[in-house]
Design a protein around this ligand. Sequence first.
Ligand code: HSE
Length: 438
Amino acid sequence: MWGIVLKPVKVGICGLGTVGSGTFNILRNNAEEITRRVGRSIVVEQIGARQVNPTCDTTDINTTGDIFEVANNPDIDIVVELIGGTSVARELVLTAIENGKHVVTANKALIAEYGNEIFAKAQAKGVMVAFEAAVAGGIPIIKMLREGLSSNKIEWLAGIINGTGNFIMTEMSEKGRAFDDVLKEAQELGYAEADPTFDVEGIDAAHKLTILASIAYGIPLQFEKTYTEGISRITAEDVSFASELGYSIKHLGVARRTKAGVELRVHPTLISQKALLANVNGVMNAVMVKGDAVGPTLTYGAGAGAMPTGSSVVADIIDVARTLTADPTNRVPHLAFQSDQLSDAQILPMDEIECGFFLNMTIQDRAGVLANITQILSTNGISIESVIQREREGSDLVPLVVMTHDVKERNMNAAIAAIEALPDVAGSVQRIRVENLA
Ligand code: HSE
């Protein structure tokens, strides 16, 4: 078929769990198509896994329980790290790089927290570290940001980048199911992290957002500066009031470039029910990217699961195989921008963020209470968009919901503290940020 027959590219897979099995089976099932795409075959030379996976036929493959044997195997060109976690995974990846091997990983925590160190070492060794599967599973969002949109200044991006969280929010709002019950189902389906608080408290989404923002703006990975708020405090009442006002509550990761710096935040967010992202339901992920030239774009797909995530891992293996012989200086940089051109743009503290707010509180149904609350909002420069007050039969305590126009978070913090100090306000004020995605 080809004039020169190139040697097969040899891959070592470390970890044969959900993503490992998807990767292995795609490499097997689509071997012929992959060879036609790359111009040479890709073979699994060795697997490092503690246990066999019944979904994979590994009978003819050299398998070891010691993943470091794979990283040190002189026959292997690409080490695929799919063990998860950060301590052993970091050591494994650094060992593989030290041995001059290219690395493909699906590990968002590893890249978000140790990516700066890993990329510096990879650069020094002239090897590639590819991580498409680390963000939004099967959606090629890294490729899109790093290559397809490379002519643009990225203004903002907003994504539903945790399938488990989106599945929970969708089931709660559409079927009124209990939080724990939905989480259990997501775990059984293999979507949730080993520690599901990573999904529910936004840590997983913050890892992914950190990576996206670095590629979008050419800034070092700064996971520790990403504001992270989970969905566990969202109530059925919040969902119902938001819906009455024409909004859905989604767990969004938002990165935005402003004159003062970069906003980097994960939190529950009200978005119009008419927004495309509001219709991304179940375990699905989607990322909107607004570039100055292209305008708004939207990518949608499965954010987790064996085959969708395996799809991205194998695409990375193909990319690495295609450019094995390329001069390292002519490869796409790890963080999209040349490593000596990364910017030191400030990550803005939350006080500086400006957006609309949905406030849900419980108040005494008495003359003058609403006037006191609106007075506090006005004193803090906050303009009200709408108000809902409902009767509650047999009780003087009633729910009050206020939607505001855009205001700095600092002003809202001051207003909420003053409102909570009013004797006629019971408990704390629930605050959910609002984005218009325009
Ligand atoms: N726990 C993650 C999710 C898996 O639910 O999206 C994919 O990163």
